[in-house]
Write a protein that binds this ligand. Sequence first.
Ligand SMILES: Nc1ncnc2c1ncn2[C@@H]1O[C@H](COP(=O)(O)OP(=O)(O)OP(=O)(O)O)[C@@H](O)[C@H]1O
Length: 267
Amino acid sequence: MSAPADDTPVVEFTDATLALGDRTLWQDLNLAVHPGEFIAVLGPNGSGKTTLLRAVLGQVPLTSGTLTLHGRLGYVPQQHADDSDAMALRGRDLVGFGVDGASWGIGWRGRRERAARVDAAIAEVGATAFAEQPLGLLSGGEQQRLRIAQALTDDPAVLLCDEPLSSLDLRNQRVVVDLLDARRRARDTAILFVTHEINPVLPYVDRVLYLVDGRFRIGTVAEVMNSATLSELYGSHVEVAEVAGRLVVIGGDTDAGHHHCDDQGQS
Ligand SMILES: Nc1ncnc2c1ncn2[C@@H]1O[C@H](COP(=O)(O)OP(=O)(O)OP(=O)(O)O)[C@@H](O)[C@H]1O
């Protein structure tokens, strides 16, 4: 059991500031991520979304304030072709990296347990049928399922997801989001989801953390994703419209290329 039975936050930033060189990415951040919560982290390029995940992973120290973790972390990266290993590695090898990579030479019992954890994670994401194939022969969506399986092998209390839908078609985006949501519901796993595009996850998002140029807002979708709040955050006029159940954000720091339309990276 990695997730606490109570509502103790799995990740908690308290008065946290992170500055890199002379740039402050955020200041006085207070954010408690609770078990089972789905938090979307939004903001233009370079606003510090990935760095926030790296801070949670312990790769970047806070400049001030504290970060408290309760439970294990799982990490789901972007889909990308890994040319060097794609044909040499099978799907299940990738998942196996999620189990302690240093555990070779652990004896038969350890090896059996390791295999059982890998099998369980592969089954959880519905990848049993293709897990023995070389990664290079699998589609982007199949590879992303296996990356989620890798993140699940350690029974995480929180999944840190860095644009896991990028370069996936709409059908595969839905498959990946549904897998994450199913895990969240089954095990109360919290999800910290960095994305440029809120619409694919809109039905699942409990709160949004929106970063812009050293400032931020935290709240429900309704509280943050509106014209008044985003205009204040960007310091220029931003229009948020709801079109057929989707959010379209127009304006803001257009140089940063931030836009919520599916097929447009630039405003
Ligand atoms: N180790 C570092 N030292 C100095 N600057 C850094 C370091 N790591 C990241 N940065 C800078 O911090 C800023 C935030 O980067 P980050 O990758 O977190 O942004 P992001 O919001 O994830 O952007 P994108 O949407 O483009 O992925 C960028 O300007 C980046 O160049």
